[in-house]
Design a protein around this ligand. Sequence first.
Ligand code: KIV
Length: 275
Amino acid sequence: MHLPDSEKNRMKKITISTLNRMKSAGEKIAVITAYDAGFARLCEEAGADVLLVGDSLGMVVQGHESTLPVTVDDMVYHTAMVSRGSERAFIVADMPFMSHGTPRQALDSAGRLMKEGGAHMVKIEGGEPQVETVHHLTRRAVPVCAHLGLLPQSIHQLGGYRVQGREPHEAERILKEACLLEEAGAQMLVLECVPELLAREVTASLSIPVIGIGAGSGCDGQVLVLHDVLGITPGDAPSFSRDFMAEAGNVQGALEAYVASVRDGSFPGPEQSFQ
Ligand code: KIV
């Protein structure tokens, strides 16, 4: 059967090379969280490039107040479901709180997420203290996404879900840590809740894709929690999110509108960004 190039590209498996090419070409990367096979399929059909099995599932699926209670078993269980529901998306699984205290422990946890869960990459929250772990994992064929800015696993140290990097010394630290994590082998970075200008500077300084959430429109891509996109967040949705269901009126329409708004750069707008 002869398929047009656009159709072939639509069906191709997304890999880290695809995401690197998208960064180089200035094509925005659409990432969304997914926690089960049904939504993985719907998100993929809507055109999402990356499915993030976030430990946010502790809050939006399990009903906890924070992500801290989530276990490696929970993450393996949800990642395996997402893998079964997905055919072409790149799957990133979160390393939950206390699953990466030492490089050895991190390797065991990441191994389970990849072997039992089918993840293509694992995500680790934290800056300089994680450099050794990132190095350890990436030298052993475990692809790593770093995560800087607001770190939900450190919520009790931070004292609340607030914008990070507004003070010049904090911004300098985040930029430096981003470079160190890339040098250690991280192949993607999530930047959460930082001022737009800082996110632009980090994105321009790194050669790996930088995915923002509450980080303005200058990143290489965007991620949102599925429940925020669908307007079904328990409690208040974060100010940087947008309820696409309110605009589209049905699940598939909302997911497609999210992906389209990331691609054309209309999400996030100034009202979902921090200065
Ligand atoms: O756990 C999660 O869903 C995340 C995203 C919010 C980036 O880490």
